[in-house]
Write a protein that binds this ligand. Structure first.
Ligand code: G3H
Ligand code: 13P
Ligand code: ZN
Length: 328
């Protein structure tokens, strides 16, 4: 059944678990996420970006999610729009049937330039007013995602601010978060605590703690009724990176956010965990390996099936680790 983000995350908060929010663009991703959810009995957040809409086309994206809901009637599914760059984008998603939208007012309309606090409040408040009238939830973002080491947004592909970021933007301020929530009434808030989008998050293997869990704690204490969201939460699986590079790929050495640190975040108020890169890498690795191994094959279903299986395994791992397994 289709469910709003607020309903889903209220349940998660009540029972102390977190939910992965996976980006979807095509049939195989939707199937992998739903098959995994059905296997472990987890609720689901399927999120579509502007890039996904451009790739699949709005009707296909909408119907893929509708098909998931029809095929798994016992699983609660939130249909969430990821990173809306303008209120207009969010309004169109509400019209198209999304049960939740993200208004990312931390960046200007170009999706790159950091925006002023006042601009962020204004556009987010506007979206909340209309969305709530329609029973749709809203996620806002305060602070800019980027590496705490380099100050870079760290994007190879995806979204994020360009150039170097002022260090103060890289960590969400708890008092500002309280003011933002009071003024906008968002249901969920994406915070900056050291994650960044894309595969190239950390250049060396994380030894200690890479995230500022102390900051998550401080924000959660100030705004306990707002569900915290972590973007850029792919773990960048080392095994899939190796498979990609062993079969003709050429990705640079890189590391992601350790799952244990995400689990720490969940213990401290994080309820939604955005993951895209991990599924991209698993499907690319599985397809490269299949094509390199079974060189006579020319039936795309065979390698797409491998991609689906690889993505499904990651989804199941995350549902279990984040505690959402068994909660549908
Ligand atoms: O935050 C970005 C997500 O990874 C979506 O990426 O805009 O390439 O679809 P995309
Ligand atoms: P990753 O690039 O770490 O998968 O993050 C995805 C994301 O935050 C989508 O909004
Ligand atoms: Zn994001």
């Amino acid at each position: 059944a289709l469910i709003s983000l607020r309903q889903l995350l209220d349940h998660a908060a009540e029972h102390g678990y977190g939910l992965p929010a996976f980006n979807v663009n095509n049939l195989e991703q939707v199937q992998a996420i739903m098959q995994a959810a059905a296997a472990v009995n987890s609720p689901v957040i399927l999120q579509g970006s502007a890039g996904a809409r451009a790739y699949a086309g709005e009707p296909f994206l909408r119907h893929l999610i509708a098909a998931a809901i029809e095929m798994y009637p016992h699983i609660p599914v939130c249909m969430h729009q990821d990173h809306g760059a303008t209120p207009g984008v969010c309004f169109r998603s509400i019209q198209s049937g999304f049960s939740s939208v993200m208004m990312d007012g931390s960046l200007r309309e170009d999706g790159k330039t950091p925006a002023s606090y006042e601009y962020n409040v204004e556009v987010t408040r506007k979206v909340v007013e209309l969305a709530h009238a329609c029973g749709v939830s809203v996620e806002g973002e305060l602070g800019c995602l980027g590496s705490l080491e380099t100050g870079k947004a760290g994007e190879e592909d995806g979204h994020g601010a360009e150039g170097e970021l002022d260090h103060s933007m890289l960590l969400t301020d708890p008092d500002e978060a309280a003011d933002f929530v009071q003024k906008t009434q968002v249901d969920a808030l994406a915070i900056a605590i050291g994650t960044s989008h894309g595969a190239y998050k950390f250049s060396s293997k994380p030894t200690g703690k890479v995230l500022r869990i102390d900051r998550v704690k401080a924000i959660h204490q100030r705004i306990p009724n707002v569900h915290l969201v972590m973007h850029g939460s792919s773990s960048v699986p080392e095994d899939w990176l190796a498979v990609i590079n062993q079969h003709g790929g050429d990705m640079g050495q890189t590391y992601g956010v350790p799952v244990e640190e995400i689990v720490e975040g969940i213990k401290n108020g994080v309820r939604k965990v955005n993951i895209d890169t991990d599924l991209r890498m698993a499907s690319t690795g599985a397809i490269r390996r299949h094509l390199a191994t079974d060189r006579k094959n020319f039936d795309p279903r065979k390698f797409l099936k491998e991609a689906t299986k690889a993505m499904q395994a990651i989804c199941e791992d995350r549902y279990r680790a984040f505690g959402s397994a068994g909660m549908a």
